[in-house]
Write a protein that binds this ligand. Structure first.
Ligand SMILES: *[C@@H]1O[C@H](CO)[C@@H](O)[C@H](O)[C@H]1NC(C)=O
Ligand SMILES: *[C@@H]1O[C@H](CO)[C@@H](O)[C@H](O)[C@H]1NC(C)=O
Ligand SMILES: *[C@@H]1O[C@H](CO)[C@@H](O)[C@H](O)[C@H]1NC(C)=O
Ligand SMILES: *[C@@H]1O[C@H](CO)[C@@H](O)[C@H](O)[C@H]1NC(C)=O
Ligand SMILES: *[C@@H]1O[C@H](CO)[C@@H](O)[C@H](O)[C@H]1NC(C)=O
Ligand SMILES: *[C@@H]1O[C@H](CO)[C@@H](O)[C@H](O)[C@H]1NC(C)=O
Ligand SMILES: *[C@@H]1O[C@H](CO)[C@@H](O)[C@H](O)[C@H]1NC(C)=O
Ligand SMILES: *[C@@H]1O[C@H](CO)[C@@H](O)[C@H](O)[C@H]1NC(C)=O
Ligand SMILES: *[C@@H]1O[C@H](CO)[C@@H](O)[C@H](O)[C@H]1NC(C)=O
Length: 416
């Protein structure tokens, strides 16, 4: 930490020098950059023209902010912020709208953006955030490197069951609508890789999310309070849920994700806090899970304010060596051995269809619902799993409590 702090100060000192040098050059560059390029493509706001330096050391936050400000607030033609090849350091950065430039505003990242490693430099739990934007395109094959290894040892969220100060998410999108993120890599976030909150009509594709399987709470994507979000054609390997779908979400479609290592694709956890509202309309289709702790999971806390998780379909999934391929857990966050779930959350209209592959658990299908709100309308159909854990345990079962489940088609393990 002491070293990170020293590096940060050194970065700040270098930055103030570069800015003095850049300001006189900047003006004429900026004027020419505001003109449309010959093919009528967007006007390009290259961060290096605003003083950014790709030396893996200078804190480029002021240059990033200046380029974004010109593109979003001052450009009269369509604008593109360009982070070119090279390694750019950046402390906590916010690209905030609303933008007045013609939609969409494009952010093209070709190089690598690296986070500052000292958690005390972050005033809110996100590193690189996009706020209040209607029509954003983030693309470019670039990398956001959260450099999480430096802060993972300080994460105590697992020990405190979430009652902790969260570390920054690498990429936070809040109130970002009608937007697209594609061809982006996120490496080693401090906590969440992507946090999508209060967004609508947002699609994410060709995303590569990579962190070690033992990195704490590094969810690939956490989606909350959002509507009409699509995530597809992406590879996620991380230390927590590949994708977690939180409260107050509707119409979330997840397709063609390879997940592993990680904790699976989860709806939840739900109900930890009283302000959490219902979830309706989630589909997880054509995904592959490799060596994950869970596959298709729905998890709720006991909760205090009633709400529901309904209209959820998991279909066309391949499991490879997964611990809990199909699991509903309404005792999340509590001591399961002594407390049966009395969750106030109601789970209904849930479909698990066409799920095949291997599992290392004897209980491949586990539906543990609330005694006070039994699950309703749970369908298990064409689930064909084989036990691949060793040594062979002849018990291979489904386990249900308080679940009104209908089983059909091929069933391995057999119905409850
Ligand atoms: C936008 O342009 C105006 C006038 O040129 C200038 O005063 C202002 O600082 C610019 N805003 C940003 C965010 O760069
Ligand atoms: C995006 O949509 C949300 C919910 O509909 C809304 O609250 C927010 O203001 C919108 N943001 C923008 C930038 O339009
Ligand atoms: C959703 O966002 C996309 C991408 O910006 C846009 O093309 C499309 O028109 C939006 N759909 C609706 C219903 O607004
Ligand atoms: C994802 O990114 C990591 C780190 O850059 C790389 O090693 C890996 O090959 C990438 N995976 C895919 C599927 O592109
Ligand atoms: C699934 O996504 C991968 C990228 O992760 C892509 O190469 C592949 O073509 C996609 N498959 C389908 C059926 O779209
Ligand atoms: C179920 O979810 C889908 C989206 O996945 C949505 O279109 C549909 O309206 C929902 N059905 C109900 C009854 O809410
Ligand atoms: C999932 O895969 C099946 C079989 O390849 C295909 O028919 C279906 O359209 C796919 N679903 C989605 C949502 O891509
Ligand atoms: C999954 O786990 C098995 C058994 O531990 C191992 O042999 C295999 O290499 C792992 N696969 C991946 C992709 O990590
Ligand atoms: C087999 O698995 C069942 C269910 O997990 C467990 O109760 C039992 O103890 C296991 N038996 C052996 C011999 O491991």
């Amino acid at each position: 930490m002491a070293t990170a702090r020293a590096l940060f100060l050194l970065g700040a000192a270098l930055l103030s020098c570069t800015l003095i040098g850049a300001s006189s050059r900047g003006v004429e560059n900026r004027r020419s950059l505001l003109l449309p390029v010959p093919n009528n493509g967007p006007a390009i706001f290259d961060v290096t023209k605003f003083g950014a330096v790709a030396d893996d050391q200078t804190d480029n936050i002021d240059a990033f902010r200046a380029a974004w400000g010109e593109a979003c607030k001052n450009s009269t033609t369509q604008a593109k912020v360009l982070i070119p090849a090279g390694t750019f350091r950046a402390a906590q950065t916010m690209f905030a709208g609303p933008c007045t430039s013609p939609k969409p505003i494009i952010v093209e990242v070709i190089g690598t953006v690296k986070a500052n490693t000292d958690p005390s430099e972050y005033v809110t739990p996100e590193w690189f955030s996009f706020l209040d934007i209607d029509g954003l395109v983030l693309t470019g094959n670039g990398v956001f490197d959260g450099q999480g290894a430096a802060s993972w040892p300080y994460n105590d969220c697992a020990k405190t069951k979430g009652d902790c100060a969260p570390l920054p998410a690498s990429l936070k999108f809040a109130k970002v609508n009608n937007s697209i993120v594609t061809d982006i890599t996120s490496l080693n976030s401090m906590q969440f890789h992507f946090h999508i909150h209060g967004c609508s009509n947002f699609s994410l594709s060709n995303i590569n999310i990579t962190a070690p399987g033992n990195s704490p709470n590094t969810d690939g994507m956490h989606i909350s309070s959002s509507d009409s979000i699509k995530v597809f054609d992406s590879v996620i390997g991380t230390g927590d849920d590949c994708i977690s779908i939180g409260h107050s979400t509707t119409n979330i479609a997840i397709t063609n994700i390879t997940c592993g290592p990680g904790h699976g694709i989860s709806v939840g956890s739900l109900g930890k806090r009283p302000e959490e509202r219902s979830v309706n309309g989630i589909s997880v289709t054509n995904c592959t899970f490799v060596n994950t702790t869970n596959g298709a999971r729905i998890k709720t806390w006991m909760g205090t304010v009633p709400a529901e998780a309904t209209n959820i379909t998991y279909e066309g999934l391949i499991m490879k060596g997964v611990q809990n391929p199909i699991i509903i857990d309404q005792s999340y966050g509590s001591n399961k051995k002594t407390t049966p779930s009395t969750s106030v959350w109601k789970i209904s209209n849930i479909h698990f269809r066409k799920i095949q592959g291997t599992t290392v658990s004897n209980i491949a299908v586990s539906l543990q619902c609330s005694t006070s709100n039994p699950c309703e309308g749970v369908e298990i159909a064409d689930v064909d799993l084989a036990y691949s854990g060793g040594p062979h345990n002849t018990t291979f079962v489904s386990s249900c409590s308080n679940a009104k489940a209908v089983f059909g088609g091929i069933l391995n393990p057999p119905a409850c």
